[in-house]
Design a protein around this ligand. Structure first.
Ligand code: C5P
Ligand code: MG
Length: 220
């Protein structure tokens, strides 16, 4: 099912609400953060296979919306992604909410566990999502040196077809990560919600650590 959003201005896409759409008693939300190339998508795929999470990548949803014929936000998303900037939160949050609703509906249940990958990348997204969609239980943070991330992204760029896996866009994405997204990690760190994992080792090794720490944290 396409998580397309209706034709409306970004700000109008998210009406004000008294309570989140999903209760944290039913829906477990794990935010997955880390710099570009830290391995968020790779690790999420492993958690899906091992622990039955539902994986939603904000970047993938944005790219899908960008390519959807007739999308009002196609050009806007394209421009933001190329420059490594954060798309206005209303668009991304609506896409995530729609995708969560669709995933639960498809399974015929109101309960579910979601890995929300690459989100929230900015403080306003964090506040708005928790207020309007669902409070988060845990934040997985994949910590990785820029040099390693750059190598991975340039390698991926040979085949990814992504408009932002090139040296210039990568520089801009690193900058956005440090200036805009690290404050989100620090905010959740202050709430004691962050699991920090060294993302430098091999995917298999990172996965063992991640799986163990996440299971411990969710059951505590
Ligand atoms: O996570 P990913 O690397 O796929 O994100 C690609 C781009 O999508 C980001 O650099 C940014 O331009 C956009 N994005 C966003 N807000 C998010 C996630 C991604 O604007 N929460
Ligand atoms: Mg990704």
């Amino acid at each position: 099912m396409s998580p397309a959003i209706e034709n409306q201005a970004p700000a109008a896409a998210l009406p004000a609400r008294d309570a989140p759409v999903f209760s944290p008693a039913d829906v477990t939300v794990v935010f997955v953060l880390g710099g570009p190339g830290a391995g968020k998508g790779t690790q999420c795929a492993r958690l899906v296979a091992e622990q039955g999470f539902h994986h939603l990548s904000a970047g993938d949803l944005l790219r899908e919306e960008q390519d959807r014929p007739g999308s009002q936000f196609g050009q806007l998303i394209k421009d933001y992604i190329k420059d490594g900037l954060i798309v206005p939160m209303e668009v991304t949050i609506k896409l995530l909410e729609n995708a969560m609703t669709a995933a639960l509906k498809e399974k015929g249940t109101t309960k579910g566990r979601f890995l929300i990958d690459g989100f929230p990348r900015k403080m306003d997204q964090a506040h708005k999502f928790e207020e309007a969609v669902c409070p988060a239980k845990v934040v997985l943070f994949f910590d990785c040196p820029e040099k390693v991330m750059e190598e991975r992204l340039l390698e991926r760029g040979k085949t990814s077809g992504r408009t932002d896996d090139n040296a210039e866009s990568i520089r801009k994405r690193f900058r956005t990560f440090i200036e805009t997204s690290m404050p989100v990690v620090n905010f959740y760190e202050g709430q004691g919600k962050v699991i920090k994992v060294d993302a430098t080792p091999s995917p298999a090794d990172v996965s063992v650590t991640t799986s163990k720490l996440l299971t411990e944290k969710l059951s505590s």
